[in-house]
Design a protein around this ligand. Sequence first.
Ligand code: SF4
Length: 356
Amino acid sequence: MQNTRQMKIGNIVIGGGAPVAVQSMTNTPTADYDATYRQVCALAQAGCDIVRVTLNHEGAVESFAKLCATSPVPIVADIHYNARLAMAAVEAGASKVRINPGNISRVADLKELAKLCAKCGVGIRIGVNMGSLERAVVEEYGRTARAMVVSALDQAALLEGFGLHDICISVKSSDPKETFDAYRMLAESCDYPLHIGVTEAGGGERAIYKSFDCLGGLLHLGIGDTLRVSLSDDPVEEVRAGIELLRAVGLRRDYVDVMGCPTCGRTTYDVVGISAALREAVASNKSSLKVAVMGCVVNGLGEAGDADIAVVGLTRDKVDIYVLGERRMTLSPDEVVEAVCGLIPTVEKQKEARNG
Ligand code: SF4
């Protein structure tokens, strides 16, 4: 990761090389404590590190305070338009406040908020969205990646001037390329920790592809300290997508990676079915092993070279199992899932012993 400043959000640290934290946001009415608490717990259970909750009216402050006191993960207040509510959130125990420069613009309000945050050790996320940029910035730069960066950095300079240094930034558009460009520009211009995400991505697989396109590219460049995969869906799905993204880019190795060949006319057995059954069987296994399910011996063995366990097809009824490059047994394809699951703990120990 790029060398960003560190920032504490409750007990989670972002930036400065800390693991990339996964965020999501509740969609229950915040004033309904029971429903929101249940959702926060479901998100935490799914692996969410930080949960954002809207604080959109005075009537929700009491419930918000109770959430901050009882949540298993840090709570971030999402504030639009009303700096008073941002201050109420800090006093209620928020671990961070997210504001949008496009809709909290009175300098006196920002000053008061920044001073309170600095006093309480609470950071602010400057959350710029393309759709709600300040008019002056749009007039000068248009609705462009640069406009989002200028808006964010202007706001950061203001907050710094008021003595607040715990700042993180997001610059989100619904266009993955524009978002990507904005974060690259931002990363070149400052060392603030960056919250990355594509906004209004929509729902379903296409929305996930959009986020992965942008966020995956950024993470490979070392850009991004915390992320949200925004989806029009159950927020738990955002967390699952965020975790899978971190796994896909190699930033989390807390799972069994079931690789497999794409199958072709040489495939000797049911690679597709066995891969699916194996993925399901190891879904909650945290060993960082690679298992390759390969359809034939022609290319299979060589291509499974870096797998810890490789299943290589011989005939319709026979597969060989290789462990750390050595042939260990010949089985029927029906026996593969059970055999591989049985091998995982031993292979993990063997690898640990090898690595000292
Ligand atoms: S490993 Fe064999 S079966 Fe699988 S895609 Fe390659 S050649 Fe085809």
